[in-house]
Ligand binder design. Sequence first.
Ligand SMILES: Cc1ncc(COP(=O)(O)O)c(C=O)c1O
Length: 252
Amino acid sequence: MLTIGPIPPPHEITVPDNPNRVRLYVRREDLGHPVVSGNKWRKLRYNLAAARQMGMVLHYMDRPTYRQKHTPEVIRVLREQFGRFYLIPEGGTNRLALQGAAEMVTELDEDYDYYCLPCGTGGTSAGIICGLQGQGQVLPFSVLKGDFHTAIIKELLKNNNCSHLTNWQVITDYHFGGYARFSPALISFINDFKKNYHIPLDPIYTGKLFYGLFDLIANGFFKPGSRILAFHTGGLQGIAGFNERFGPLIET
Ligand SMILES: Cc1ncc(COP(=O)(O)O)c(C=O)c1O
């Protein structure tokens, strides 16, 4: 139940505007689990093994309380209600999540010059940085507005004895206005990408990653001839809800 894969080896895709003739490979992490796709499964796997969480029951928490979720007061109320409970932080980002995410790179058969992925809480990126132990350059593409990810990832690395690793740089230019914001250009890119490469992208995470990557490649950001690995981290379950809310923008 707690296994991964099989995920096919990274495969190369052709980028149309590629002045530095870099080589772009895609790792389909979204194929790693039939239900919980992509990095979610990586982050939850060891947490679930530790918690043996089965037969979950969903309880509603109102928004104001959720905003205070880290405070001792909210945790005390949860403890009163549920007894001893196992707290998985937002985004599933904790030590076990980083351990799971690190396997996204330790499982690879080849090295790459760059490792690119979408970044939300920073946990998956931190796990990959730890897993690489200094090899290559990691580029987390932020899907949120602001430049706070560098500090968050530094803190996660520190807590995991990885603060000596500096081979990473957060890319902050492709958030499209913030979390879950989008533009017609992003939607067209996602639809074209599916037509050209037969790879579906979601508008919140992977669409922004590949849009940004193609733009950086076109602008000569990467060393000539370098090999870039892009992680498709899943998120495809969000397309249905997105289309329901905004109209059938993303072709399925
Ligand atoms: C599909 C997808 N990709 C990337 C991320 C970003 O991962 P992280 O929050 O670990 O930075 C998330 C967030 O969970 C996600 O759902």
